[in-house]
Design a protein around this ligand. Structure first.
Ligand code: PLP
Length: 395
């Protein structure tokens, strides 16, 4: 249930230490495995309340984890949140929570790559069948893919590297008629997309990205909006021994305080950079849902309140992939690296992602850009000099 105050206010005030740490503003890092009890009655009471924020054993969470859980649940408009060790764990734990031998799962072709690896290897060994679908599929199309054994519809919107915006309410409504759970990777949208008002049951975030915000922490969150979903996610996470370090939670909580401010600036800069690129003759298309006229813009405008600073560039088909790599290598301010959402800009040629549902052809070599907190004029100048490599004789 989202607090009615503005997000900026909530990110500043929620998840504070309260009065129990000598008046300090921030919760301290609580490290510990054993939790001592006064007597066996207290131990039994604590264990019976394992689904609540009660100290039972370090792996079940501490007063450093709880404020972060509460802030993320609030951002996403859910009731409860489980923090896990990485964004990838936040993807895999709910899949394990709702799938078993003989079940079927629907996964978008544009899914974050390691989730595909998890489905093709781990889930398939468990006897779970995966169907990859075109992320732009409509309600009628997805309805045809449901089987009696389909237990999960997985969404990621916009999709990894190619930024397809999914019609989440329409697809979720179909899943509901088939009794399937809707899991969504909401890392790109963060606070700009409210998953539970669009039919999602379980929302996944890689907190590693904008929440951490400084490229120095790995964490994930799984947020739900009902008691049965909490029971399922929480107990699966516990049975798997999932845990997140309190030091990392503390860093993420620090990141939360400035997240909205950083993102507002980065969103604006990314649009400026994307618009400059859109005007270049070497560029065929910009994959950024917030740009008017871009693919997915109408659904984005309907469902999102803003954008993050990660988008794709499709170059003209005449350029060999090696030329795109040469551009990435020539950039001075954009580092070449994978994990986005930090304060620094990144560029990564991205045309090699595996696709099996025939949805990956954008008609030219691609690069993914993450725009950080540098000034957009400097980033544009950097792109301008690096793109000269497209016209050089050697790659
Ligand atoms: C959309 C998306 N989901 C999940 C993840 C996984 O996050 P982590 O790096 O924390 O495992 C990533 C990482 O890049 C991602 O891009």
């Amino acid at each position: 249930m989202t607090d009615s105050k503005n997000l900026f206010t909530r990110l500043s005030h929620n998840g504070r230490a309260g009065t129990h740490v000598y008046g300090f503003v921030n919760p301290p890092v609580h490290r510990g495995s054993t939790v001592l009890v006064e007597n066996m009655a207290q131990r039994r009471t604590n264990q019976a309340r394992r689904l609540e924020q009660v100290l039972t054993y370090g792996v079940a969470g501490t007063p450093t984890h709880w404020p972060l859980e509460n802030v993320i649940a609030d951002i996403e408009g859910g009731t409860r949140c489980q923090i896990v060790s990485s964004g990838l764990a936040a993807c895999t734990v709910p899949l394990l929570a709702y799938l078993g031998a003989g079940d079927h799962v629907l996964i978008p072709d544009s899914v974050y790559g390691p989730v595909r690896g998890f489905c093709d290897n781990f889930l398939s060994r468990m006897g779970v069948t995966t169907t990859y679908y075109d992320p732009c599929i409509d309600a009628a199309g997805i309805a045809l893919l449901f089987r009696p054994s389909t237990k999960v519809l997985y969404l990621e919107s916009p999709g990894s590297h190619t930024f397809e915006v999914q019609d989440v309410p329409a697809l979720s409504a179909v899943a509901k008629t088939h009794g399937a759970k809707v899991l969504m990777d909401n890392t790109w949208g963060i606070h700009h997309f409210q998953p539970f008002t669009h039919g999602v049951d379980v929302s996944i975030q890689a907190l590693t990205k904008y929440v951490g915000g400084h490229s120095d922490v790995l964490l994930g969150s799984i947020t739900v909006n009902s008691d049965p979903d909490w029971e399922r996610v929480r107990s699966t996470s516990g049975q798997l021994g999932m845990y997140a370090s309190p030091d990392d939670c503390w860093l993420a909580l620090r990141g939360v305080r400035t997240m909205a401010v950083r993102m507002e600036r980065q969103e604006k800069s990314a649009i400026e950079v994307a618009q400059w690129l859109a005007g270049r003759p070497e560029v065929k298309e910009i994959l950024h849902p917030a740009l008017p006229g871009a693919r997915g813009h109408d659904i984005w405008k309907r469902d999102f309140t803003g954008a993050c600073s990660l988008f794709g560039v499709v170059f003209q088909p005449g350029f060999a992939p090696e030329k795109i790599e040469a551009v990435a290598e020539a950039l001075q301010l954009f580092g070449m690296g994978a994990s986005w959402g930090g304060f620094e800009s990144l560029a990564l040629p991205s045309g090699t992602m595996p696709r099996t549902a025939g949805s990956g052809d954008f008609g030219g070599p691609m690069m993914r850009l993450h725009v950080g907190l540098e000034h957009p004029a400097d980033l544009i100048a950097d792109l301008d000099q690096a793109m000269k490599r497209l016209h050089a004789n050697e790659p």
